[in-house]
Design a protein around this ligand. Structure first.
Ligand code: HSE
Length: 434
């Protein structure tokens, strides 16, 4: 009897697509042996033929037309690595509607169109795998979907953007300003030429939307996820937070409140002895708390060609194993066969309760601290600790406070009043505690 052959069609030969092509060609024997079936790169597609030549893809297996993959009934698995919303969305839906299995690293597409894509996958009983969409090479999706399939995930705290973690790590170790570290990161190729998606927290929000969908079986509207990046963080805030015993990290925060979730992305104070405080440089980590498992930490490289290729190829192997076993949709995309795949309700940001760090720039005059404290007290915000930095008869000084737990709505109202006081020189800086 001839051995079963599983045929892969690859859309996109960029950094990760090129890695996937190379692994399929160079490691074919190992992959096929583990699969118990021949795993073949049947066709690769890109607009640039030079990319195919770079990866040693035979010309007869290359096309500039996505139809060469999507319309070929022989192709079992489509790997979508072109990124962006369109035409990636149309290509993926076409592949699913044709009964092909799909692997993708496209977090933006899943965060925006997950409901539609997962519904199509359910209808056509195909597998959709997206390990590389969150946390690069860390097997994070599979851990949540399969390893922790029996747990209720109570909370997740994630460092999910390597660019931001690299920048904050350098700002912490060197006291350098954001713009300087960003420019250096761009020069070294660690940050994109247009860093907006990364530094303004949007990339992290896309990843958090996917994690939220995985732990609830329902998809949030990305617009409901409060998102604040790191571009306004100043070295002085990192240093002062350090004096209170905290590190500043860009966190994806998710708490499962049952029925709805708290989901937000913002710079956060992490206690120096928390495991996430020690995640440095471009690394990613996800700290999970499950009701039975307790605490789990997943850590590794969140970007880069080899780690991300590893994640995509793990998906290809998983889908191929499903095909060989005759059940490629064995595990539902969001791991929950009972969920309807509808919209997930996100708790309003105004309802968030946490501790806060404030840095007020105030004139150094008698009664200023009392005035600021009075406004906070009026809004039922209780101060845990306070320090004043420096002494000046003319210019403003930093008054830094960490509060007990307070509500976002009250904090916003109080800061609005504080910033209107004649003794306050600049808008008060705020960082939430994790
Ligand atoms: N741009 C992302 C990061 C990697 O800096 O972590 C891809 O998700």
């Amino acid at each position: 009897m001839s051995q079963r052959c599983v045929k892969v069609g690859l859309l996109g030969l960029g950094t990760v697509g090129g890695g996937v092509a190379r692994m399929l060609l160079e490691e074919k024997q190992r992959l096929s042996s583990r699969l118990g079936a021949e795993l073949v790169l049947e066709r690769a597609v890109d607009l640039d033929p030079a990319l195919a030549r770079d990866q040693g893809i035979p010309p007869e297996r290359f096309s500039t037309d996505a139809g060469a993959v999507l319309d070929d009934p022989e192709i079992d698995i489509v790997v979508e690595l072109i990124g962006g919303l369109e035409p990636a969305r149309s290509f993926m839906l076409k592949a699913i509607n044709s009964g092909k299995q799909v692997a993708t690293a496209n977090k933006m597409l899943l965060a925006h169109h997950g409901v539609e894509i997962f519904a199509a996958a359910r209808q056509h009983r195909v597998g959709v795998a997206f390990e590389a969409a969150v946390g690069g090479g860390i097997p994070l999706i599979r851990s949540l979907r399969e390893g922790l399939a029996a747990d209720c995930i109570v909370s997740c705290l994630g460092i999910l953007n390597g660019t931001c973690n690299y920048i904050l790590s350098r700002m912490t170790s060197e006291g350098a300003p954001f713009q300087e570290v960003l420019a250096e990161a761009q020069a070294k190729g660690y940050a994109e030429a247009d860093p907006t998606m990364d530094v303004e927290g949007l990339d992290t929000a896309h990843k958090l939307a996917i994690v939220a969908a995985l732990i609830t079986g329902a998809q949030p509207d990305i617009a409901d996820i409060y998102t604040e990046g790191i571009s306004a963080i100043e070295p002085v805030d990192i240093q002062l937070a350090g004096e209170f015993g905290y590190r500043v990290k860009l966190l994806a925060i998710l708490r499962n409140l049952g029925g709805k979730v708290e989901a937000r992305v913002h710079p956060a104070l992490v206690p120096a002895d928390h495991v996430l405080a020690s995640i440095e440089g471009p690394f990613n980590a996800l700290h999970i708390h499950g009701d039975w498992v307790g605490d789990v930490l997943l850590y590794g490289q969140g970007a880069g060609r080899r780690p991300t290729t590893s994640a995509v190829m793990g998906d290809v192997m998983d889908l191929a194993r499903g095909i060989v076993a005759g059940c490629p949709d064995r595990v539902p995309p969001l791991g929950d066969a009972g969920a309807e795949g509808g919209r997930l309700e996100i708790a309003p940001m105004d309802d968030t309760a946490c501790q806060y760090y404030f840095r007020c720039l105030a004139l150094d005059q008698p009664g200023v601290l009392a005035t600021v404290s009075r406004v906070l007290a009026d809004h039922r915000i209780s101060i845990k600790s306070v320090i004043q930095k420096g002494r000046s008869s003319s210019g403003p000084v930093n008054i830094v406070m960490v509060t007990h737990e307070a509500r976002e709505k009250a904090v916003r109202a109080a800061l609005k009043e504080i910033d209107q006081l004649p003794v306050i020189a600049e808008p008060t800086r705020l960082i939430r505690r994790a």
